[in-house]
Ligand binder design. Structure first.
Ligand code: GLN
Length: 487
C-alpha cells in the first residue's frame, strides 16, 4: 500500500493545501485501494469514480488560484447510504427505496464539501440502520477487513470497513444505539457518536428521532475532532441543533489527563465472559492512570434495562418514521387493485424481516391499550438511566469501559434477533441519555481482531472527551499500530 494512504486525514489535507500532493492524486490512490480491497470487503454500495476525480480537480484548481481550500482539502470521504448526497441514489440498504435519488445534500455532506472533502461513495449498512452486523443489508454483504470470515459490525459496517481497509480516510455513519461505536470497535478504527443535537440530521433518513446522531469514523482522534468541528453546530433545518458554540476541537487536544477523573463500572470488567476484551480494556484504563487521571468507581444501576428500553423506544419511533414509505412518495411501488393492497404488497416485499419486526414491535408498543404499559414505562426508565449518568458524572469527567462484550463474530453466527440486540449492551445507555461517546482501538485478541474501548462524557462535553481520547491514543500507539492484511 502506498505510504500516502497510511497518514491520517489531517496530515493528508495539510499536504494537499501545501501542494506536497494533489487532491487528485490522493483521490486516485484511494479509488485504486478500493478497487483492490472491495472484492473481498464489500464496504461500498456505490463508488462515484468520475465524480470523485472531478471534485478533486476542482479543489486542485481552487488551490492553484490561491483560494482557501478548507481544513479537509482533498480528503476522500465515504458516506453511509442513509445520508443524502445530492443526485445520487439513497437506498438505506433496503429494496423499498428502489432507485430513489436524493434531491439535496444532507447538511453534513454540504459542510464536508465546503471544507474541501471529496465524496467518493456510499457505504453499506443494515437495512434502515437496524442491526449490529451489517448482515441485515438487503443489497450486499460486507466483511471485516481484519478477517473476512467475520462481520464488520453494524449498522454502519461499510463505513467502518472502508476506513479500516484504507479505501477512505474518513467516513460518516449514524448511531442510534451503537451503530458507529460497535463497528468501529470491530474494525479497529475510531468511531464517534456526538452529543445529541451537536450534528445536524437534516438529510439523514430517520430511524428513531430521539436517538439518531450522525458521526465520523476515522483512523485518528484528531481527524474525528476536525470532522466534528466542520460538521457540528446549529442548522436551521434541524430543530434539535442548539445555537451553541462549536469549539475548535482539534486545537484543544491534550497529551495528558492530569486533574481528570475517569469513572469505571467495575462489574462490566469483572463479569465480562470474554477475558481478552476485559484485559485489553483494563490495560487501557491503566494507561489512563499513567497519563495522570484518577480512576474512580461508578455505578449505573439502571443501565441493565437499556436494551429493553431501547427496543421499545427505537421501534416505536421507527414504526412511525417508516410509515412514509407508502409506495406513493418514494421508490418502489407494487401495482395493486386497491390502495390498501398497494401499501401491503409494497411494504410486504420492500422491507426485510428485521425492519418488519421493528415496525410490528413499535406499532404494538404504541397501540391504544398498551401505550402506558410499554412506551410510557420505557420513557420513565430512560429518565432513570439518564439520572444514573448525572450522578456518576458528579464523581468523574468521563466513563471508560468496553465498547462491546466481544470482538467481531463470524458471519452467520448470530441468527436469533435477541443475541444480535445484546451486542449493544454497553453502547445503548449513552444513546438513551443523549451523551457523547467514542470507541477507540486499544488492542487485539488472540485471533488478531481489534478490541475497542468505550469512552463516554456528558452531553456537550465533546471537547473533553476527544481530548482524553487523543491523550490515550498517543499513549497506546505502539500497541495498536497494525494494518489489516487486506490493506
Ligand atoms: N444495533 C442497534 C439496532 O439494531 C443499533 C442500531 C443503530 O445504532 N442504528 O437498532
Amino acid at each position: 500500500m502506498d505510504d500516502l494512504l497510511k497518514i491520517d486525514a489531517t496530515e493528508a489535507a495539510r499536504r494537499v493545501r501545501e501542494r506536497e500532493t494533489s487532491a487528485e492524486a490522493l483521490t486516485a490512490l484511494v479509488l485504486e485501494q478500493a478497487e483492490k480491497t472491495e472484492p473481498r470487503v464489500g464496504a461500498y454500495l456505490r463508488l462515484d469514480l468520475e465524480g470523485a476525480i472531478a471534485q478533486a480537480k476542482a479543489i486542485d484548481n481552487a488551490i492553484g488560484d490561491g483560494k482557501q481550500p478548507g481544513p479537509l482539502a482533498g480528503v476522500p470521504v465515504a458516506i453511509k447510504d442513509n445520508i443524502h448526497v445530492e443526485g445520487q441514489v439513497t437506498t438505506c440498504a433496503s429494496k423499498i427505496l428502489g432507485d430513489f435519488q436524493a434531491p439535496y445534500d444532507a447538511t453534513v455532506v454540504r459542510r464536508l464539501r465546503e471544507a474541501g472533502a471529496i465524496i467518493v461513495g456510499k457505504t453499506n449498512l443494515d437495512e434502515f440502520a437496524m442491526g449490529s452486523s451489517c448482515e441485515n443489508s438487503a443489497l450486499q454483504q460486507t466483511h471485516n477487513p481484519w478477517d473476512i470470515a467475520h462481520v464488520p459490525g453494524g449498522s454502519s459496517g461499510g463505513s467502518a470497513a472502508c476506513v479500516a481497509a484504507h479505501s477512505a480516510f474518513i467516513s460518516l455513519g449514524s448511531d442510534t444505539g451503537g451503530s458507529i461505536r460497535l463497528p468501529a470497535s470491530f474494525c479497529g478504527v475510531v468511531g464517534y457518536k456526538p452529543s445529541y443535537g451537536r450534528v445536524s440530521r437534516y438529510g439523514l433518513v430517520a430511524f428513531a428521532s430521539s436517538l439518531d446522531q450522525v458521526g465520523p469514523f476515522a483512523r485518528s482522534v484528531r481527524d474525528v475532532a476536525l470532522s466534528l468541528k466542520v460538521m457540528g453546530g446549529r442548522d436551521p433545518m434541524d430543530s434539535t441543533t442548539p445555537d451553541r458554540e462549536v469549539p475548535d476541537y482539534p486545537s484543544r487536544l491534550a497529551d495528558n489527563l492530569k486533574g481528570k477523573r475517569v469513572g469505571v463500572v467495575r462489574a462490566y470488567l469483572d463479569e465480562m465472559p470474554n477475558r481478552e476484551v476485559a484485559d485489553a480494556v483494563s490495560r487501557a484504563i491503566d494507561a489512563l492512570k499513567d497519563l495522570g487521571a484518577e480512576i474512580v468507581d461508578v455505578e449505573l444501576p439502571h443501565a441493565e434495562y437499556g436494551i429493553a428500553v431501547y427496543y421499545v423506544v427505537a421501534s416505536a419511533e421507527a414504526s412511525s418514521n417508516l410509515a412514509r414509505f407508502d409506495a406513493v412518495r418514494y421508490g418502489m411501488r407494487k401495482p395493486a387493485d386497491s390502495l390498501i393492497d398497494m401499501y401491503m404488497q409494497t411494504r410486504g416485499e420492500g422491507f426485510g424481516p428485521e425492519v418488519k419486526r421493528r415496525i410490528m414491535l413499535g406499532t404494538y408498543a404504541l397501540s391504544a391499550g398498551h401505550y402506558d404499559e410499554f412506551y410510557g414505562r420505557a420513557g420513565k426508565v430512560r429518565t432513570l438511566i439518564a439520572r444514573d449518568f448525572e450522578k456518576a458524572f458528579e464523581k468523574c469527567d468521563l466513563i471508560a469501559g468496553p465498547c462491546a462484550p466481544f470482538t467481531a463474530f463470524k458471519s452467520g453466527e448470530k441468527s436469533d434477533p435477541l443475541s444480535m440486540y445484546l451486542c449493544d449492551v454497553f453502547t445503548i445507555p449513552a444513546s438513551l441519555a443523549g451523551l457523547c461517546a467514542l470507541s477507540l482501538p486499544v488492542g487485539f485478541d488472540g485471533a488478531g481482531l481489534p478490541i475497542g474501548m468505550h469512552l463516554q462524557a456528558p452531553a456537550y462535553a465533546d471537547g473533553e472527551l476527544l481530548s482524553a481520547a487523543h491523550a490515550l491514543e498517543q499513549q497506546l500507539k505502539a500497541s495498536v499500530d497494525r494494518l489489516p492484511a487486506i490493506a
